[in-house]
Design a protein around this ligand. Structure first.
Ligand code: DOR
Ligand code: ZN
Length: 437
């Protein structure tokens, strides 16, 4: 079984490639890249006018299984990922039971194996039950296949425990993904502490709550030589402390979520719970700083923090609504519209942050179209304009502040291990796609 993707603009930062060429896939592997490849017994995908990238990697998603299947499950979450152009996702452990031991990790992996073909890489908890008190069994979870540890959704408030986590995870070569929040500063907060908290009277979450913890963790990373990764950077000062850390040679990587580089707190003026997220949407200056951080490479990764919630969790009074945005199906379009089309990032930079950079941090063999690599491929129509329609999401979570907005540049076809796992319009075989020119 051979597939030939013809005449697409192949953008693969792992090989410094950005040119029109063909990609030949045989079984589950990339076997050739080149101009005018001729193969007589291959299925042809005409990708003229399209971008052809390595299958996208999202290192921060919430698949909610086990325990919160009414919000999302591994099947619906991975189908949503495929529709968003992602072939690999790393899922956070704030499930019920918490993914803090190898039994839950094995369960997630077995459910994912029966999924739609998207690779699921579990992240284990840092502390038992996400309670911040006692380290989880990191060695056991590593054997079961985790690619990192995180208490995402909650901070690790005790610095000694965080220090031990960084030291211990380093022995297993695992990144520690830090949800930076000082809970004494954020307690009861719901929106950014600033303009909108003043206008609405909703309690604010100061950006210092994030930066204080990022600073602490950076100092602990220096002390332990651990592999620190800062999740969902939202504040200008956090970008500054990461910049400082890099300048003096402390190992730290970071990610930003699409909503944090595209939207400001302004969208919360009308109490839209679909824009209630943690960390919160912040000021224009913060958004600009996050974009600058992405541009300068201080922020290495674009990760969605896909946080699906049920209507009942969101269609309630603002203070009772859950935090989170269902973001995996709009990430590519938000990135292309707000970063690439807007001239802030080159296409290569954007693709790098969605492929090889997260793959390297997680230590997974993905994010590249190198000859011999597993054939995970994403095809994107850079000119396609479409309005976001949350009701049509494959995710169970329809909670998005982008609903109804027109965005430009959407995935049209997703291939995992050589198989078409999603195609716009629902075509599965005999694939025909057309550029929207
Ligand atoms: O908005 C958020 N939602 N932020 C988090 O840190 C957790 C996440 C969730 O699990 O819903
Ligand atoms: Zn998260």
């Amino acid at each position: 079984m051979k597939t030939l993707i013809k005449n697409g603009r192949v953008v693969d930062p792992s090989q410094d490639i950005d040119e029109v060429m063909d990609v030949l896939i045989e079984k589950d592997k990339v076997v050739a890249l080149g101009r005018d490849l001729r193969v007589y017994d291959a299925r042809i995908i005409d990708a003229a006018g399209m971008l052809v990238t390595p299958g996208l990697v999202d290192m921060h998603v919430h698949l909610r299984e086990p325990g919160y299947e009414y919000k999302e499950d591994i099947q619906s979450g991975t189908r949503a990922a495929a529709a968003g152009g992602f072939t690999s996702v790393a899922c956070m452990p704030n499930t019920n039971p918490v993914a803090d031991n190898k039994i839950v990790i094995e369960y997630i992996k077995s459910r994912a194996a029966r999924g739609c073909g998207v690779n699921v890489y579990p992240i284990g908890a840092i502390t038992k039950g996400l309670e911040g008190r006692e380290l989880a069994s990191i060695g056991g979870m590593k054997k079961a296949g985790i690619v990192g540890i995180s208490d995402d959704g909650k901070p690790v408030m005790n610095a000694r425990i965080m220090e031990n986590a960084l030291r211990y995870a380093a022995m297993f070569d695992l990144p520690v993904i830090s949800h930076c929040e000082d809970s004494n500063l954020t307690e009861g907060g719901m929106v950014n502490d600033g303009l909108v908290s003043t206008i609405t009277g909703l309690k604010g979450i100061p950006s210092e709550a994030e930066t204080v913890m990022a600073s602490r963790d950076i100092l602990l990373a220096r002390r332990t030589k651990g592999r620190l990764h800062i999740a969902h950077v939202s504040a200008a000062m956090t970008v500054e402390v990461i910049r400082w850390a890099r300048e003096i040679g402390i190992y730290v990587t970071a990610e930003a979520a699409p909503h944090h580089f595209s939207l400001t707190e302004d969208v919360l003026r009308d109490f839209n719970t679909n824009a209630k997220v943690n960390p919160p949407l912040r000021s224009k200056a913060d958004v600009e700083a996050v974009i600058q951080g992405l541009k300068e490479g201080i922020i290495d990764v674009i990760a969605t923090d896909h946080a699906p919630h049920a209507l009942d969790d969101k269609d309630v009074e603002f203070d009772r609504a859950d935090f989170g945005i269902s973001g995996i199906e709009t990430a590519v379009a938000v990135t292309l519209t707000y970063l690439v089309d807007a001239g802030k990032l080159s296409l290569k930079q954007a693709v790098e942050k969605l492929t090889i950079n997260p793959a390297k941090i997680l230590g997974i063999d993905r994010g590249t179209l190198r000859k011999g690599a597993i054939a995970d491929v994403t095809i994107i129509d850079p000119r396609l304009k479409k309005k976001v329609d949350a009701s049509a999401f494959l995710s169970k979570g329809k909670n998005t502040p982008f609903d109804g907005m027109e965005l430009k540049g959407w995935p049209v076809l997703t291939i995992a291990a050589g198989k078409v796992i999603w195609c716009a319009g629902g075509l599965k075989e005999d694939v025909k796609i057309h550029a929207a020119v």
